[in-house]
Design a protein. Structure first.
Length: 589
């Protein structure tokens, strides 16, 4: 029987792509050569698959069809002889997800690293469908690590677009790119000084020599580096190529209906500017002794944390420093106005702030958070943090500085107002959850707070109860989940049971979603597959997932042993992580 895939004549590009994807997989899996058409063909002995709301077609104008949320979709059989199946969503993205849902039921396994087609797919059936699906979380973002050799730093545009396509097939709905100031993603000047180009890999170099694992894959190349930046003749061209790469990524997200999110480290200027702040400052320079214990690391292109010798850039009481932050934020917003969301991120290694008491007094005078919340009291509550007391207090003081900067930007510069009027989402990421009472006073009402509870997935699972009261109070919270991170998971990365704990604790409480960070894509495949499914089926358990997924992945006979292995690895991974955190290295296990 001939099959027609019908897409509306004035269909949007995402729905047309959904029709093309369905045609492709019908051929790959069922060896069916379906025909695309822009309108319903005359009645005859042929099957129809309608893409999008079927009521757009005159022949089906009066069929019953549900009201769908933006990403919700409906699979409904409208006739049986000959069969007519409608797959439509509340948007083009919802329709695309509906198509992928149906394709998965043929035994296709979608992975972030690729896909597996079934050897013996079930018979193709277009009848018996009548269901509506909606995601548990509005935001389901993935974030490949943007500046490490085992991450996405050296990806070509094709690598990025392939990854985005694979994420869409798994029904993730957002791609997040980190705009680091140590890398060539922005180009601007401040006080006559041009922003340095920076480089990927924090400036480290990786020659392809006899000691390079996998050197046979890089024939003719002497260095492992980005093919995008290899063509740059100078720093200015490297910045141009970097900006164009990010713009192309954003354009591809839109073509697939996915959201594009940009994360920006608000208080972390390029190292050159950090040093020049000592000259630009109008207030006395901070006392280096006040930064005792601050984490400070140098790489070829960047200083992480705070170099006490050049700490003026942290003094936000200084108008010159606030001017620099505003200029950097303006560069982000004007360079990438097409982004769907901006997340302002707290740097990983904050440092102590000598003026924290003065800053809190100023913020409290404006927002009146005492007596319910007192900063000095919270500074002693380090037991509920994954960090030791010194690092916890540095983070708290650094985040207080972040909130002060954000408050001044929102009230003085109004840089973010233009973005929000365009419907762009604004969020802040990584702030200490202990500061939530003050954070919520400062953030715009519709903004999202991306919480970082701990590294990896095991840590957030163990600490997930910390954000439950905020969720019950109706706060708009997303969660940073490191499903593959350098701070955890020392064996092949498995965290399915921890991810189950996170979702089961938050899905019913209105959590906005998550940003899933990963370094090596293939190592995160099983975790990502579970997270993708449980985001639509929040009652799904690790047991049910393993029973349905592993036979497709490794075969029926291998699945039981493979599952036992995965559970042992996850248990061992937790033990080793605990041992490392307590300083025993691998001796612990």
């Amino acid at each position: 029987m001939k099959i027609f895939i019908v897409h509306f004549a004035s269909i949007d590009s995402v729905e047309f792509y959904a029709a093309e994807e369905l045609k492709k997989y019908l051929s790959l899996v069922h060896h069916v050569d379906a025909e695309l058409c822009a309108d319903v063909p005359p009645e005859g002995d042929h099957a129809l698959i309608l893409i999008g709301d079927p009521r757009r077609y005159s022949r089906f104008a009066n069929v019953e069809w549900p009201d769908l949320a933006e990403e919700g979709f409906c699979l409904r059989t409208l006739a049986t002889e000959p069969p007519v199946l409608a797959i439509g969503g509340g948007s083009g993205r919802g329709t695309l997800f509906g198509v992928y849902e149906w394709i998965e039921r043929w035994g296709v396994v979608f992975l972030l690293s690729g896909e597996q087609l079934p050897e013996n797919p079930p018979p193709l059936c277009l009848t018996g469908f009548d269901e509506v699906r909606e995601p548990a979380y509005p935001l389901r973002a993935t974030r490949p690590m943007a500046n490490v050799a085992e991450g996405s730093a050296a990806w070509s545009l094709r690598d990025f677009t392939d990854y985005i396509d694979r994420a869409a097939r798994m029904k993730f709905n957002a791609f997040l790119f980190v705009v680091l100031e140590s890398s060539p993603w922005l180009d601007y000047e401040f006080r006559g000084v041009e922003r340095p180009a920076g480089d990927i890999f924090y400036g480290y170099r990786f020659p392809i020599d006899d000691n390079f694992v996998g050197k046979e894959l890089f024939a003719g190349q002497s260095e492992f580096y980005s093919p995008v930046f290899a063509a740059a003749r100078d720093d200015r061209e490297r910045k141009r190529l970097g900006v164009e790469l990010v713009r192309d990524i954003i354009r591809h997200c839109k073509a697939r209906g996915l959201l594009s999110l940009l994360t920006f480290v608000l208080l972390e200027p390029p190292t050159l500017f950090k040093h020049l702040c000592n000259e630009w400052a109008t207030l006395p320079l901070p006392d280096p002794k006040s930064f005792h214990g601050a984490i400070f690391t140098k790489t070829p292109t960047e200083e992480f944390g705070t170099n006490p010798e050049f700490a003026a850039w942290m003094n936000l009481l200084d108008p010159a420093i606030r001017e620099l932050i505003s200029r950097r934020l303006e560069a982000l917003l004007t360079t990438y106005p097409e982004a769907d969301a901006y997340q302002l991120w707290a740097s990983e290694h904050r440092a102590g702030v000598g003026d924290s008491d003065k800053i809190f007094e100023e913020l409290d005078a404006k927002y009146h958070v005492r007596p319910d919340f007192d900063f000095r009291t919270k500074l002693e509550c380090f037991e509920e943090s994954p960090f030791d007391k010194t690092r916890f207090q540095h983070h708290m003081r650094g985040d207080l500085l972040f909130l002060y900067a954000l408050d001044r930007i929102l009230t003085e510069n109004r840089l973010l107002q233009g973005a929000t009027t365009r419907g762009v989402s604004i969020g802040v990421a990584g702030l200490m959850p202990q500061l939530s009472p003050l954070t919520r006073k400062i953030l715009p009402k519709e903004s999202v707070l991306v919480q970082f509870l701990d590294y990896g997935a095991h840590g957030p699972a163990d600490r997930i109860s910390q954000i439950v009261p905020q969720l019950k109070a109706g706060e708009r919270i997303s969660l940073e989940i490191g499903i593959h991170d350098d701070n955890n998971m020392y064996f092949p990365q498995v965290s399915v049971e921890s991810l189950e704990t996170i979702v089961h604790a938050t899905a019913s409480l209105g959590m906005q979603g998550y940003v899933a960070a990963l370094w090596q894509t293939r190592q995160a495949d099983i975790n990502a597959a579970f997270l993708a499914r449980v985001s639509w089926q929040p009652a799904l358990t690790a047991n049910d997932f393993y029973k349905s997924f592993l036979p497709l992945l490794v075969g029926e006979s291998a699945a039981p042993d493979f599952e036992r292995g995965l559970r042992q690895v996850e248990k061992a991974d937790r033990e080793v992580r605990g041992g490392l955190l307590y300083g025993y290295l691998f001796i612990y296990t």
